[in-house]
Design a protein around this ligand. Structure first.
Ligand code: UDP
Ligand code: MN
Length: 260
């Protein structure tokens, strides 16, 4: 049967959260053998996400892991100051390792399963999941609209990744966005120490994970030798609440019992 794709998604409460999760779930509903691991950045599971997942029609696991306050981006901080979602992705990895250990190396581990880190605001084509499904160690592909460029991508020569097309510090160990790679579950199980470094310098979060797992030479280029963009690092605009705030002052704010 098809290898399972475990998709790990960090998510946090904000006005656009349900809209993001709705868009994402409607993509994933079209992907066979996908198991969604949703990790909330919260001290406990929220009602919104709990109810949302129950109604989603997807196979899922609902986890939570609060980002420690000193690692969290504060209001007014530039968005690149601290990595986002590191603790949540690590919690997803911890759950997978625990599950695999409990299975005694049966189920999960020999499933040829794949792990993909899908942020809740990006845009994913269905083809992307079929590209990553037969990952041996680590697959890579281009990511659109990222790094202040049209796209970033691994550069492939004679079927091998030889360098990276990126506008910034191309000599980082793996100058690849989170959306630009998938790894095999077996590789992660074979390297129990591999995780994301929540204190990584800007742009080094992906490297902190991948450098404990693979070398550049081992990367498996997908999406027609990294010539097709199948995922976009879209970012959602923060909704303006100016009129809402004005109405609240008059006691006429939108009904707080309506979930948005
Ligand atoms: N995220 C989170 N807690 C936060 C900020 C972000 O769990 O305090 C999640 C977010 O929902 C997303 C991922 O981490 O799935 C990456 O965040 P974001 O999209 O804001 O990062 P960017 O695209 O700007 O790198
Ligand atoms: Mn994002």
């Amino acid at each position: 049967s098809l290898p399972t794709i475990y998709v790990i998604t960090p998510t946090y409460a904000r006005l656009v959260q349900k809209a993001e999760l709705t868009r994402l779930s409607h993509t994933f509903l079209h992907v066979p053998h996908l198991h969604w691991i949703v990790v909330e950045d919260s001290p406990s599971p929220t009602q919104l996400v709990t109810n949302f997942l129950a109604m989603s029609g997807l196979t899922y696991t609902h986890l939570h892991m609060l980002t420690p306050k000193d690692r969290k981006l504060q209001e007014g901080d530039p968005h690149w100051l601290k990595p986002r979602g590191a603790e949540q992705r690590n919690e997803g990895l911890r759950w997978l390792r625990e599950k695999a250990a409990a299975d005694g190396g049966k189920g999960l581990a020999f499933d040829n399963a794949v792990i993909y880190f899908a942020d809740d605001d990006n845009t994913y084509s269905l083809q992307l999941f079929e590209e990553m499904r037969y990952t041996k160690k680590a697959s890579v592909w281009p990511v659109g609209l990222v790094g202040a460029m049209k796209f970033e991508r691994p550069v492939v020569e004679n079927g091998k990744v030889v360098r990276f097309h990126t506008g910034w510090r191309p000599n980082r160990p793996f100058p690849i966005d989170m959306a630009g790679f998938a790894v095999s579950l077996n590789l992660v199980l074979a390297n129990p120490e591999a995780c994301f470094d929540g204190n990584a310098e800007m742009g080094f979060l992906e490297s902190s994970f991948l450098q404990n797992l693979v070398t550049m030479e081992e990367l498996e280029p997908k999406a027609d030798m990294c010539t097709k963009v199948l995922v976009w690092h879209t970012r959602t605009e923060k909704p303006k609440m100016k009129r809402e705030e004005a109405l609240i002052k008059q006691g006429l704010g939108s009904d707080p019992n309506v979930e948005v």
